[in-house]
Design a protein. Structure first.
Length: 306
């Protein structure tokens, strides 16, 4: 089907939930607990963030994407060590993730997670869906991996952090263009996700290679020209790359974001509805959250009831 011309007036917002749940977990006091002594710090901070976002941005299209599992995904089938270096979330945080998802649903906002795909892939799928409908996307995250999804109409928004970055501003922050990010991570590796990349090729070398030659595929097609790149150790770089070609190609299968995850009814689900205040108050009663966040939910309700 033909892709529609992008309507610059309508923007969809895709929120990388885990970033903001973890941020709240580590920044809010850990003595915030419910009557049973269970921590609620991540829940409180995340609810405040989402409430602020909905109240101030008032999006027409929005989705909040969660990670369901770190230990199972299509990437672990390709490479079992993927993310194996990460500690599992502690039980008190797992509980709060479930509560955060419950809050988003009660707020009338689409939330989604998948056992086979990561939040990044769900975001990539909705970015592609939006483009097919003629909408640009604002990706709300601080994870540089997601910048690979940007085209000139899209925005990467590190909410409560560095602020908004447009396509043309990505190289100044990350060293390469958005369409080179997955290749960059495949070459330099990504310690956070336990992806090795090419031993001896760091971030600076990876960026220089891509700036000089363009893409991972072009680098391997022009391996005899790699010595011309202005980096330390350029003479031995071709040999390193050739020796670890399989590692680089495997890494590239892991660093690329999938844009074909199964998401049902995306178009209608992304359009927020009025919050179900009874459900929000029931959740807040259970965990002992007071009036400020309830009043915020009421203000959001006033916006989306009309």
């Amino acid at each position: 089907h033909a892709r529609r011309a992008l309507n610059s007036q309508v923007m969809q917002y895709l929120i990388d939930a885990s970033v903001y749940v973890f941020r709240a977990y580590y920044s809010m006091p850990d003595d915030m607990v419910d009557e049973s002594g269970n921590p609620i710090n991540a829940l409180y901070g995340f609810c405040r963030f989402i409430g602020d976002f909905m109240e101030n941005v008032t999006p027409e299209y929005v989705a909040v994407l969660f990670d369901e599992s770190l230990s199972k995904s299509f990437r672990t089938e390709i490479y079992p060590q993927y993310k194996a270096n990460r500690e599992p979330a502690p039980p008190e945080l797992k509980r709060q993730f479930g509560q955060c998802r419950r809050f988003v649903r009660a707020l009338g906002v689409m939330e989604c997670a998948s056992p086979a795909y990561e939040a990044d892939d769900l975001i990539g799928t909705l970015v592609t869906h939006g483009r097919d409908q003629g909408r640009a996307s604002t990706i709300v995250s601080r994870d540089k991996d997601l910048t690979q999804l940007l085209t000139k109409e899209d925005v990467f928004w590190d909410f409560a952090g560095k602020g908004k970055l447009h396509y043309d501003e990505i190289p100044a922050s990350f060293g390469v263009w958005p369409e080179q990010i997955a290749d960059f991570l495949a070459l330099a590796g990504d310690a956070v996700d336990n992806i090795k990349g090419v031993p001896g090729v760091g971030k600076k070398t990876a960026a220089e290679l891509l700036n000089h030659i363009g893409s991972l595929e072009n680098i391997y097609d022009n391996i005899d020209k790699v010595h011309e790149v202005n980096v330390r150790g350029a003479k031995t770089l071709g040999t390193k790359l050739e020796t670890h070609r399989d590692d680089a190609m495997l890494a590239r299968r892991l660093t690329g974001i999938a844009c074909d995850a199964p998401i049902e009814n995306a178009e209608t689900a992304m359009q927020p509805t009025a919050p179900r205040l009874g459900e929000i108050n029931a959740l807040f009663d259970e965990v002992g959250i007071g009036s400020a966040l309830r009043r915020q939910a009421e203000r959001v309700s006033d916006i989306y009831r009309h």
